[in-house]
Design a protein around this ligand. Structure first.
Ligand SMILES: *[C@@H]1O[C@H](CO)[C@@H](O)[C@H](O)[C@H]1NC(C)=O
Ligand SMILES: *[C@@H]1O[C@H](CO)[C@@H](O)[C@H](O)[C@H]1NC(C)=O
Ligand SMILES: *[C@@H]1O[C@H](CO)[C@@H](O)[C@H](O)[C@H]1NC(C)=O
Ligand SMILES: *[C@@H]1O[C@H](CO)[C@@H](O)[C@H](O)[C@H]1NC(C)=O
Ligand SMILES: *[C@@H]1O[C@H](CO)[C@@H](O)[C@H](O)[C@H]1NC(C)=O
Ligand SMILES: *[C@@H]1O[C@H](CO)[C@@H](O)[C@H](O)[C@H]1NC(C)=O
Ligand SMILES: *[C@@H]1O[C@H](CO)[C@@H](O)[C@H](O)[C@H]1NC(C)=O
Length: 247
């Protein structure tokens, strides 16, 4: 009986921590590439604001530094005016370790950037790539490349890849004739989840993005499962004992 209550308690605690220990790092404006001196806001979107997330980054010159060391913390977001040295990988971390999705940001001192999804794209979605120049209006036709090969030669400022699949994953860049080339950015495509998407007619235009469920999510799930099995076993065992006593 005692063990059962302990197990029940453990189960509840795990359930609670499993559902709250998740965060999603979002970048605003939504892009993996920025021009020098752009204003960028990063935030750890979390289910439970009391969990205490810390935004950290690795750059070529520093490891695991917190927002206070390179940006300004305000409310639950971190704002920064970026320079090329701010290029690196960013993530949100709780006391237990890194949990959110990771995001690669590239800041260029050059004059062309590729605006591509920061977060992994779900299979089947449409992805729009934009090639921008620092000088506005940025409506010059651009060429787009994937893994070094030309995929679209300049009829528009943007390019849409319809119904992305795993094979669209890769390193993308763009080029605006007379202005230069952008840096390259990875586009990651994730498996379609088991949940069926809404009909295409009602889904908004553009691309939708899904957060990466960290490995912690699945660890939580396994712990929950083990606890559940233990609970059931306890229950069956007790029932069995009760029955043998009666008979
Ligand atoms: C950051 O960590 C890597 C190994 O993960 C190490 O090689 C590098 O020297 C570290 N950089 C700094 C600035 O500590
Ligand atoms: C950041 O740097 C630390 C220390 O070198 C390393 O352990 C960690 O794996 C790096 N994280 C990422 C996301 O690159
Ligand atoms: C965040 O804080 C700033 C002041 O630091 C305030 O002006 C702004 O309204 C706050 N935003 C939200 C969403 O609370
Ligand atoms: C970040 O960039 C590195 C190499 O530039 C790549 O190996 C890694 O997969 C990227 N991470 C994400 C989350 O895009
Ligand atoms: C794209 O097409 C234009 C002509 O329409 C040509 O001048 C240019 O060299 C082409 N660019 C590439 C990268 O093939
Ligand atoms: C892509 O370009 C077309 C025409 O230039 C424009 O109408 C459309 O709004 C652009 N899409 C995005 C997402 O910017
Ligand atoms: C981005 O591109 C510029 C110009 O091509 C280059 O100087 C810079 O090193 C690149 N940055 C990164 C992080 O690759």
């Amino acid at each position: 009986m005692k063990e059962t209550s302990v197990l029940c308690l453990l189960f509840l605690i795990s359930l609670l921590s499993c559902t709250t220990n998740q965060a999603r790092l979002t970048v605003s404006p939504s892009s993996s590439q920025f021009f020098k001196e752009d204003f960028v806001s990063l935030s750890c979107e979390e289910d439970d604001s009391s969990a205490g997330w810390t935004l950290r980054r690795n750059t070529s010159t520093e490891n695991r530094t917190k927002c206070d060391q390179w940006g300004k913390s305000a409310n639950s977001s971190c704002t920064i005016i970026v320079y090329p040295s701010d290029s690196g990988v960013y993530w949100c971390e709780s006391r237990e370790g890194p949990i959110s999705n990771m995001v690669n940001l590239t800041v260029t001192g050059g004059s062309v950037i590729l605006q591509s999804p920061v977060l992994p794209v779900m299979e089947g979605d449409d992805v729009t790539l934009l090639c921008k120049t620092k000088t506005t209006p940025s409506n010059l036709p651009a060429a787009f490349y994937k893994d070094g090969s030309l995929i679209s030669n300049g009829s528009s400022v943007n390019m849409t890849i319809q119904h992305v699949s795993r094979s669209d994953e890769g390193l993308y860049k763009c080029d605006i004739s007379g202005h230069g080339e952008s840096n390259s950015s990875w586009i990651t495509v994730t498996d379609k989840h088991t949940t069926t998407p809404p009909p295409t007619s009602t889904s908004p235009p553009g691309f939708s993005i899904t957060p990466v469920m960290s490995s912690v999510g699945s660890v939580c799930f396994v712990i929950l499962l083990v606890l559940l099995v233990l609970l059931i076993r306890q229950h069956v065992h007790r029932k069995f004992e009760g029955e043998t006593q009666i008979s």
